[in-house]
Design a protein around this ligand. Sequence first.
Ligand code: FES
Length: 177
Amino acid sequence: MAQDHARAISGVEITSIAVRPGIDVQINGEHYRHTGDPQMPLLWYLRDVLQLDGTKYSGENGVGGADLVLVDGKSTSAIGVPMSKLVGKPIITVEGLADSKGNLHPLQQAFIDEDAIGCGYCTPGWLIASMDLLNRRKDPSDSDIDTLPNLCRCGCQTRVRSAIKRAAAAMKQGSKA
Ligand code: FES
């Protein structure tokens, strides 16, 4: 309206500038506005824009699960979800598992205690998928764990199973404390 008024007064053509509203997202409790391509996969926003590079590339289809993050509490392939689908949905990456003082989550500690980390490439994805599982099953069985989509080329699967069970026990203990 103000522009129309100004145009009428001055006779000068004013070109309106399209304003890209941006996409507001919440990642690890922090708020960000993405003003780039709405179709950018979340993985590239995390790694290239925010420099949160714990989440790994896991192929174009996310096979192997190294690119998993929690979206609304559910483990989700970060390469498979565009920024446009994330408005208002809380996102947790592996960097968000530790508390604000840097204390590791019991699940992270269990991976260390069970020596369930080889080269570490797959570990962020395992941690995220395991968090999702532990949110649904307080006492996961081997077959529950075997449903996780994660792959490990270093052969850590057996120790990962032990770590998830150790974490489940620690979390139950913690909830009683
Ligand atoms: S620890 Fe190396 S791929 Fe799993």
